[in-house]
Design a protein around this ligand. Structure first.
Ligand code: FES
Ligand code: FES
Length: 395
């Protein structure tokens, strides 16, 4: 058991809990605050959303022990909150709920939008609320209710609260120990934009590791040489953009992903290591997406293996990563693994074309952003096949 001290709805709470207890179960089962609902328990539906250190957070995928010294507000803590009261009235008036299961999470997320975005239009509201799923209402009433509250506050001259009043940043639930203040963070960002510092890339223990491999119809020595040419590798990797200062050992650049309404651009650096003897290599990188306040550390280990008397090559990959921030809430390992395998199959096709002397991608735009449409189509079709196999007993 681990001792936990935190503040819940303005009240100091101390408890001994198991390390595996998530925040949603902790408030529901230990504190009897059952207004927080759990739906998917995978960080997808948003039913369990509550406020941790001023930030809406999915409590089903937040460990309670990670919230030491944090300040938590559940839906019960918003009873007297002015914006929550306006939202409750608007939700009733606009028929923005039926069974009400999603409503506590909806109200928490909507309150954050109302606080921060005084001019949000329907599209921004839909994007802002896209992390909260409702099975009953069809969303029209929900969007209308949030829009009405925003418009009414604007008409009454109520100013927004920049950043929803967050004073502490850092991983939500990390409490105040490691959190930098908003002004610290802003001044660091300003300095960083003036003097780009060389980023230290530490070794790390990835949270998720998986393996992939692909074959190319070229000799192993050629393929290994290709992996030593970082510009060529980047030109074959959909979504990768390199800065001009790349060297064989170190690169700075960005990796762009656009899937549905989610757009992320991870800017960062990578360290490259190669071992000619074993025809293997390692790329270790760090990156951050400012928009979603997400960061990642990743590592790709590759090994080039000769096939068919060196007529062909198999590339064996071990991919490891850790993801923090908002995208970690939707980037479930199974989804990332599926997306990675499709990304790698596009990469393999491009490598084959590149080594045959053809342009890497038929459409150059495909080289600068992940082809989300084909990835999602592939993902949906493979999941449908899996389901069909299960239903027909073929699994
Ligand atoms: S229960 Fe937490 S996101 Fe669905
Ligand atoms: S009102 Fe029923 S799930 Fe949203």
């Amino acid at each position: 058991m681990t001792n936990l001290s935190l503040t819940v709805n303005g009240r100091a709470v101390e408890a001994a809990i198991e390390a595996r207890t998530n925040l949603a179960d902790f408030v529901r089962e230990k504190l009897d605050l059952t207004g927080t609902h759990t739906g998917c328990e995978h960080g997808v539906c948003g039913a369990c959303t509550m406020i941790v250190d001023g930030m809406p957070v999915r409590s089903c995928i937040t460990f309670a022990v990670a919230c030491g010294r944090a300040s938590i507000t559940t839906i019960e803590g918003l009873d007297e909150d002015e914006i929550a009261a306006e939202l409750r009235t608007a939700f009733s008036r606009e028929h923005a709920l039926q069974c009400g299961y999603c409503t506590p999470g909806m109200l928490v997320s909507a309150r954050d939008l109302v606080l921060r975005l005084p001019d949000a239009d329907e599209e921004q509201i839909r994007i802002g609320m896209s992390g909260n799923l409702c099975r009953c209402t069809g969303y029209v009433g929900i969007v209308r209710a949030v829009r009405a509250v925003i418009a009414s506050r604007r008409e009454r001259g109520i100013a927004p609260v920049p950043g929803a009043g967050r004073e502490q940043l850092g991983p939500a639930g990390a409490g105040h120990k490691s959190g930098a203040s908003v002004s610290d963070r802003k001044s660091k960002r300003a300095k960083a934009s003036v003097t780009p510092a060389k980023i230290e890339i530490p070794d790390f223990a990835p949270t998720v590791v998986f393996e992939q491999r692909f074959d190319v119809a070229h000799a192993p020595d050629r393929v290994f040489d290709f992996f030593g040419d970082v510009a060529a590798v980047a030109s074959c990797l959909p979504g990768a953009v390199l800065n001009e200062d790349a060297t064989p050992e170190h690169v700075n650049g960005a990796f762009r992903v656009k899937i549905g309404p989610i757009t992320a651009s991870f800017n960062g650096s990578a360290r490259i290591e190669r071992d000619i003897e074993s025809r293997s290599g390692r790329i270790v990188g760090v990156g951050a997406d400012q928009r979603s306040r997400s960061s990642t550390q990743g590592e790709i280990r590759y090994r080039v293996v000769s096939l068919d008397d060196a007529a062909k090559t198999r590339v064996e990959l071990t991919i490891g990563y850790s993801l923090k921030g908002m995208l970690a809430q939707v980037g479930r390992p199974g989804l990332v693994r599926d997306l990675a395998s499709r990304l790698i199959s596009e990469f393999a096709g491009n490598v084959n074309r590149h080594l045959a002397g053809a342009p890497a991608a038929a459409d150059p735009r495909m080289a600068s952003s992940l082809n989300a449409f084909s990835l999602i189509l592939g993902l949906v079709s493979s999941q449908a096949k899996r389901l069909l196999r299960r239903l027909t007993g073929g699994d």
